[in-house]
Write a protein that binds this ligand. Structure first.
Ligand code: SAH
Ligand code: SF4
Length: 463
């Protein structure tokens, strides 16, 4: 696929202005609830930006809200069921406040027939749309408010990039920046390629301009987002991910650069040297292994073996001994035997990841694994994930304790959940650190010495 085939879509500015005029003097409030990954979180920032352009302002809670938007996820069944039950729970609210606008969007809606089904089951939902046409949200709201139409809109092909849409980001100091959309990998368990479409990369110039704008607004750190950032630029002549990292490092004023997610099959020597050479690129990588068994990996369509993954980690750690390494692991993939699972446990012990997101395999309709033989019973899956979580938690804790006495540069990101007199931030390797400091220091880089640790975070003090 070449860039010419990708059309650059423009945000529906005219309709946004019309809705703004409609809302003038009403000061309506909106609430967005996001399910799933960082990509969805960032999409919600875009939707919030559109709503604010249309005269809405953020609500503190659901009471007194004029518009509720659910941005859904369908990677696992659990997220889907939760979204359904939370949409169902809005019925009462709508009865109390018939003017309440209820919208549902995101990956779950992009599945074949899902939006129609939702609108039928929940007649109080006003607007449903997918992942490919969110830039048209102002037009849908316009139709609802000014023409009184319920809207279920999945239009727009999957091969688009939207460049000029507004966003209301959570920061400063940290921001997400999408560098590519979609996924071409078709891991056999995964629904993402079906709901996010084919891979398409943003132009390096657009990414660099966005990051420089963020720098101007006071942002210090960006996380570059893509389902597989290592395939960035395959559709653009002369661009690839290591080159993009080098350009962002050299041509923007951003202090820290992180990225996710990296697929092990595409992680090149070029990326390792770009990470090593670029001062602003954090030494942190999220590298989902999914399983420690080569047989399971083959059935997952991951295109690497256990040995390939171990060699890759070796290469990364010898180039950057201080690199932070996190992963995703699925247990109970169809056909996973006790021996396969023990291979995963062994991999976890051998590699000693800093952290791991662990998932019970969830059967997804339309994926290759859906009809595979050897579906693992729920009880076995639960038992396996319990063992895995326990093993990884012990490793994370030991590693955290091992940081005692070390000094790190931490970007103060926000007030810590541990209390108002504490801030939290991450060191270069991505370890979350809490430390006593006043809120005025949010956005500053601070030298912190580690004085303690708990299971998932470090405790530091300002040096
Ligand atoms: N593109 C990223 C993220 C994909 S979704 C990547 O390739 O890593 C995030 C994680 O959800 C995946 O890494 C995988 O571990 C998990 N996941 C995806 N589909 C799943 C399924 N059907 N059941 C259980 N976990 C799943
Ligand atoms: Fe899903 Fe695999 Fe694509 Fe990640 S790389 S989004 S797991 S298909």
């Amino acid at each position: 696929m070449m860039t010419e085939k990708v059309s650059i879509l423009l945000y529906d500015d005219e309709k946004a202005k019309a809705v703004r005029r409609f809302n003038d003097g009403r000061s309506p409030k909106y609430l967005i609830r996001t399910y799933g990954c960082q990509m969805n979180e960032h999409d919600s920032e875009g939707l919030a930006g559109m709503l604010e352009e249309m005269g809405y302002s953020p609500a503190e809670n659901v009471q007194g809200t004029s518009l509720v938007l659910f941005n859904t996820c369908c990677v696992r069944e659990h997220a889907e069921l939760k979204a359904y039950s939370n949409v169902g729970a809005l019925k009462k609210l709508k009865e109390e406040n018939p003017g309440l606008i209820i919208c549902v969007c995101g990956c779950m809606m992009q599945q074949e027939g899902a939006a129609e089904k939702l609108m039928k089951r929940f007649p109080f939902v006003d607007i449903a749309f997918g992942t490919h046409n969110s830039h048209l949200f102002p037009g849908m709201l316009y139709r609802l408010l000014l023409k009184g139409e319920r809207v279920c809109d999945m239009a727009a092909p999957a091969q688009d990039i939207i460049e000029n849409a507004p966003a209301r980001r959570a920061g400063p100091p940290c921001a997400w920046v999408t560098i590519m959309y979609g996924c071409d990998n078709f891991c056999s368990y995964c629904v993402v390629p079906y709901v996010r479409g084919r891979e398409r990369s943003r132009q390096p110039e657009d990414i660099i301009a966005e990051i420089n704008r963020l720098v101007g607004e006071g942002y210090k750190e960006v996380t570059l987002l893509g389902q597989n950032v290592n395939s960035y630029g395959k559709d653009i002549t002369g661009a690839d991910f290591p080159a993009l990292l080098r350009r962002i490092n050299d041509e923007t004023g951003i202090c820290r650069i992180r990225f996710m997610t990296s697929h092990p099959k595409d992680l090149s020597d070029g990326l390792i040297s770009a990470m090593r050479d670029c001062k602003r690129v954090c030494r942190q990588i999220h590298l989902p292994v999914q399983s420690g068994s080569s047989a399971v990996l083959a059935r997952m369509n991951r295109h690497y073996t256990r040995e390939d993954y171990l060699a890759l980690v070796e290469k990364l750690r010898s180039a950057m001994p201080d690199i932070g390494l996190s992963t995703d692991i699925i247990v109970g993939f169809p056909g996973e035997t006790e021996k396969d699972f023990e291979d995963t446990m062994d991999m976890v012990q051998k590699i000693r990841f800093d952290s791991a997101y662990t998932f019970i395999y969830s059967k997804r309709s339309g994926t290759a694994a859906e009809n595979m033989e050897g579906q693992v019973p729920a009880g076995v899956k639960k038992e396996r994930i319990r063992r895995l979580i326990e093993a990884q938690a012990a490793i994370t804790y030991e590693k955290n304790l091992g940081c005692a006495g070390k000094a790190y540069e931490v970007l103060a990101e926000a007030v810590s959940r541990r209390g108002v007199s504490m801030l939290c931030g991450r060191n270069g390797a991505g370890m979350i650190t809490n430390f006593a400091a006043p809120p005025e220091l949010i956005g500053e880089f601070i030298e912190v010495k580690i004085i303690g640790a708990n299971r998932y975070t470090l405790l530091g003090e300002i040096i």
